[in-house]
Design a protein around this ligand. Sequence first.
Ligand SMILES: N[C@@H](CCC(=O)N[C@@H](CS)C(=O)NCC(=O)O)C(=O)O
Length: 250
Amino acid sequence: MAAAQRPIEMYYWPTPNGWKISIMLEECGLPYVVRPLNIAAGEQFTQEFLAISPNNRMPAIVEHDGPGGKPISVFESGAILVYLAETFGAFLPTEPAARAECLSWLFWQVGSGPMLGGGFGHFYAYAPVKIEYAIDRFAMEVKRQLDVLDRRLGESRYVAGDDYTIAYMAIWPWYGAVVTNQAYNAAEFLSADEYRNVRRWTDEIAARPAVQRGRMVNRVMGDPASQLHERHDASDFETRTQDKLVAADA
Ligand SMILES: N[C@@H](CCC(=O)N[C@@H](CS)C(=O)NCC(=O)O)C(=O)O
């Protein structure tokens, strides 16, 4: 990378869709700065952000020194993952069959995600009225998706091929969170323990240092050592986690 290149700006809030991109940037070791976008406060609706992400959703990235030296903004997590994989040259196979398989699973997640988050998560955990029909309908769909993943992971170590790719950076934040009860408090309701292959794979991906760093970015809950409220530089993971900041203040 040219020394003059400015860091990528990542518009981000710590949700599974956001983690996809923080994980990818950590995996690539690319210089980036976090632009926190508080979606609970409506910051996704500002004109400045809509110029970057017209669908008023994060994540989004801006690369000032993009292709041809021109600035570029990219929205939609799947598109960002493909863009970064292609420009960085990693985590997306170039051989057509392997690439197609990787993209199949990446698009599988992007298409399935709304049924899990906007459907099941919303009606099970957040809706002000509990509608049994809606909860059951989306729970059945999420269990079907978990079964698809589980069967695939019963056939091979990873979902798509033997290499770690952007497909896992998209799938893991959602399904890993569900089966480890870190999303919607629904693991028991969904009988998540039955999906043993998903659980095995989830733990394997979670052990990757870059995945752990990607999850720490702007995290405000859990073990203070796992929370990096402000990431300005890669060295912040060593020096500025909440446990260290609190100890330094004491
Ligand atoms: N398909 C989009 C979904 C992104 C998305 O749903 N982002 C949510 C947070 S996880 C958001 O920004 N919501 C703000 C809103 O709905 O106004 C992607 O994969 O990037």
